[in-house]
Design a protein around this ligand. Structure first.
Ligand SMILES: Cc1ncc(COP(=O)(O)O)c(C=O)c1O
Length: 439
C-alpha cells in the first residue's frame, strides 16, 4: 500500500466506484461528489479548490432590504422587465462612480444572475446582423458561457490569450475580426480561471478593434474591483476598475453580485449597455424581435422571453447594497480582500514545493492575488497531476475545460479553503514534493 496523506486504498476504491474514468478530466460537479464521498469515508477534510463559489457571508444590508420588500407585499406583483427604478438608478451611479462611465438608467438592467445577462446577450448580439453570427472568446474562460452557446446553437471561435499579451493581441484579434463573421468578443476581467487582468494597453486594443470592425465587446466583470494590486474602492475617485467601456461605445458589461457582495444565492446580476448601443437600430433584429432597436429587443424580446424580468426582492436587496456602496458607507473591497490575502499564502506553499504558476504575468507584471490562481508541476500534465493530488487531499479542476491550451495547468479557487487548513495544505504539498522529486 502507498503511503499518501489520504488513505490510498479508500481513494482508489471511491474512484473505481464512481463513473469517473479520470479525475483529471472530470467536471466540477463530478469532482465535488467524489470528494464528498472520500471525505465521508475517511473522515479527512480536503483542501477544496474545485468550486468557484463565495466563501464569505452575504451582504447584510441586502438581506434586510429584501425582508422589508417581501413584507411590503411585492411577491404578488410582476416586476417590470427592465428592472425597478431605484435599482436602475443605483446601477447607473455605480458605473459612474467605479468605472467613470455615463450610462442612462435605461441601459442598466438587472438580470437573474450575470449568467442570464450573458445568455440574453449571446442571443441578441448574434441576431443583429445576419452576417455576424459568431462570438469570439478570449480564453481561458468560464466554461458555462460555452455551454450557453451550445444550448442556444450559437457558433463561437476561441483562442488562448497566453501567447498574445500586450501588443501581440492586436494581430491575433484582427485575424478573427477581419473575416466578418464575428458579432462580439467575450472575456472576463479579472479572468476566471487564470486571474490575469488586461492592462490598459490591451483594453484599448480590444476597444479600437471593436470600433473598427463594429463588434460588441461583452466584458464580464464578475470579479469587479478584485484586482487588489490597486485600490478601486473609493467611489468617484481614481483609479477606476479598468474596462473597455473607457475606450469604445460598443459594449455590454456583466457585473455579478455573486462574488463581490457574496450574493450568489439570490441570482441577481447587472447588465449594462452603453447608451449608444442601447439606442442603435439593427434592421436584421426584426427577423426575431418586434423592434429593431437594440435595447428594446434585449429587454422586451430576450429577457421577457427568458424570465419576464428578475425577482422583486433581490432587486431591492441589490439596490440597498449599491446605495450604501455608492454613498461610501459600505466598502465591499475591504471584505473580499480576504481572498487575495489567502491566495498570497497558498501560492507560496505551492511555489516552495516545486510547483509553478502557469498564467503568471500581466505583460511584464506579476499577476494579482485573488479568487483563483493556476498552477502546474514539472513533468506532469494537468490531468495526471489532478489524478495524483486527489491522494494528497487536494481537489481542483483542470484548465483543459476552460479553453486554455496550457494542458499542464490546474485552476485553484481559494474561496472555500479555511485559514486553519493551511498547515494541512503545506504538509500535503511538502509530502507530494518529497514523493515526486523534481530533477
Ligand atoms: C467569469 C464569470 N462570469 C459569470 C459568473 C456567473 O455569475 P452569476 O452568479 O452572477 O450568474 C461567474 C461565476 O462563477 C464567473 O466566474
Amino acid at each position: 500500500m502507498k503511503e499518501t496523506p489520504i488513505n490510498y486504498d479508500i481513494v482508489t476504491q471511491k474512484i473505481n466506484e464512481s463513473p469517473i474514468e479520470s479525475v483529471g478530466k472530470a467536471s466540477i460537479r463530478d469532482i465535488k461528489k467524489l470528494v464528498d464521498q472520500i471525505e465521508e469515508a475517511t473522515g479527512k477534510k480536503y483542501i477544496r479548490m474545485e468550486m468557484g463559489i463565495p466563501g464569505l457571508p452575504p451582504a447584510q444590508i441586502g438581506i434586510e432590504a429584501e425582508k422589508k420588500a417581501l413584507d411590503s407585499g411585492v411577491a404578488a406583483i410582476y416586476p417590470d422587465i427592465f428592472g425597478i427604478a431605484p435599482l436602475k438608478k443605483e446601477i447607473s451611479r455605480f458605473v459612474k462612480l467605479f468605472l467613470n462611465i455615463d450610462v442612462s438608467p435605461d441601459g442598466c438592467i438587472p438580470t437573474v444572475g450575470s449568467m442570464q445577462g450573458g445568455f440574453a446577450s449571446f442571443m441578441t448580439v448574434n441576431r443583429m446582423n445576419e452576417k455576424k453570427d459568431t462570438t469570439l472568446f478570449i480564453d481561458p474562460g468560464f466554461p458555462v458561457h460555452k455551454l450557453q452557446h451550445r444550448v442556444l446553437g450559437i457558433k463561437y471561435e476561441t483562442f488562448d490569450v497566453y501567447d498574445y499579451r500586450g501588443e501581440k493581441l492586436r494581430d491575433k484579434l484582427e485575424s478573427f475580426l477581419s473575416k466578418g463573421n464575428i458579432s462580439s468578443i467575450l472575456y472576463s476581467n479579472p479572468n476566471n480561471p487564470s486571474w490575469i487582468c488586461f492592462t490598459d494597453k490591451e483594453l484599448r486594443i480590444i476597444a479600437d478593434l471593436a470600433t473598427k470592425y463594429d463588434v460588441i465587446v461583452m466584458e464580464d466583470l464578475a470579479y469587479f474591483a478584485m484586482d487588489f494590486r490597486k485600490d478601486y474602492s473609493k467611489p468617484g475617485e481614481p483609479p477606476f476598475q479598468p474596462s473597455v467601456s473607457q475606450y469604445t461605445d460598443n459594449y455590454i458589461l456583466f457585473i455579478s453580485s455573486s462574488k463581490v457582495f457574496s450574493y450568489a444565492g439570490q441570482r441577481i446580476g447587472m447588465m449594462v449597455i452603453s447608451d449608444k448601443l442601447y439606442n442603435r437600430r439593427f434592421p436584421d433584429l426584426k427577423r426575431f424581435y418586434t423592434y429593431d432597436q437594440f435595447g428594446y429587443s434585449m429587454v422586451f424580446g430576450s429577457l421577457y422571453a427568458l424570465s419576464s424580468g428578475t425577482a422583486h426582492t433581490p432587486q431591492y436587496g441589490l439596490a440597498a447594497i449599491l446605495k450604501a456602496v455608492n454613498d461610501g458607507e459600505y466598502n465591499f473591497i475591504e471584505i473580499v480582500k480576504e481572498y487575495g490575502e489567502k491566495a498570497a499564502i497558498m501560492k507560496k506553499f505551492f511555489l516552495d514545493n516545486g510547483f509553478y504558476i502557469v498564467y503568471d504575468k500581466d505583460e511584464d507584471v506579476p499577476i494579482a492575488d485573488g479568487f483563483y490562481f493556476t498552477f502546474a508541476y514539472p513533468g506532469f500534465s494537468g490531468e495526471d497531476l489532478l489524478n495524483e493530488l486527489i491522494y494528497y487531499g487536494i481537489s481542483a479542476i483542470s484548465l483543459a475545460i476552460t479553453g486554455s491550451k496550457r494542458l499542464e495547468g490546474i485552476r485553484a479557487c481559494v474561496s472555500l479553503v479555511k485559514r486553519d487548513q493551511f498547515p494541512d495544505l503545506e504538509y500535503r504539498l511538502t509530502k507530494f514534493h518529497e514523493d515526486h522529486p523534481v530533477e
